[in-house]
Design a protein around this ligand. Structure first.
Ligand SMILES: *[C@@H]1O[C@H](CO)[C@@H](O)[C@H](O)[C@H]1NC(C)=O
Length: 191
């Protein structure tokens, strides 16, 4: 009887551990900027570096250019993330509303249109110059990851590019999935 009881306890424990492991897997505990301050983080950023396993990215990589992203806090507490970029020689904008999580510096965005969920982690930032983001995207059973370097200005110090490449590699991105985006004036100079 006693042995039976212990066995059940053991099984229940194992199951609990397994569930926890799965949760961590999909959640991917990514460390964020300590003492993150959203007010200092919002504003305009230029995307300078990108590493991704998104299939579209690997196909389009050579054509991608720097884009401008404006982050604005909304009254309801979300952060309006609006990116402007060149597509087929036209300017396009895309807005995502990022919801805060319990952890400052970790945001969630769900796309109803694409049926995907994105987790965005502000891994490192000095607010005035650069930030490193790590994004996971889940769609059905597939997972894609992305690492990005954003800069307050269109030009960045070479050391920051190096820092970004090391950051991307530390998350398992290989050389062929990392790109430093060429600078452009198209679409990102208005207002
Ligand atoms: C998000 O911000 C852009 C400007 O950056 C604005 O045009 C758009 O209406 C905003 N979207 C929402 C849902 O607030």
């Amino acid at each position: 009887m006693m042995a039976m009881g212990l066995l059940w306890v053991g099984l229940a424990l194992l199951q609990a551990l397994e569930t926890q492991a799965q949760a961590q897997d999909s959640q991917q505990e990514i460390p964020v900027q300590p003492a993150f301050v959203e007010d200092k983080f919002v504003g305009t950023w230029y995307s300078v570096g990108l590493a991704s396993t998104f299939p579209w990215f690997l196909k389009k990589k050579a054509e991608l250019m720097m884009c401008k992203t404006v982050l604005t806090p909304e009254i309801d507490g979300t952060v309006n993330f609006t990116a402007t970029f060149v597509s087929n020689n036209q300017c396009e904008t895309r807005t995502s509303l990022l919801r805060k999580t319990q952890q400052p510096g970790h945001y969630v965005y769900k796309s109803l249109k694409w049926g995907s969920e994105h987790n965005i982690f502000v891994v490192e930032t000095n607010y005035e110059e650069y930030c490193l983001l790590y994004t996971t995207k889940t769609k059905g059973n597939s997972n894609f990851n992305m690492a990005t370097l954003y800069s307050r200005t269109k030009d960045v110090r070479p050391e920051l590019k190096e820092r970004f490449i090391r950051f991307a590699k530390s998350h398992g991105f290989t050389e062929d999935t990392i790109v430093i985006l060429p600078k452009t004036d198209q679409c990102i100079d208005e207002n």
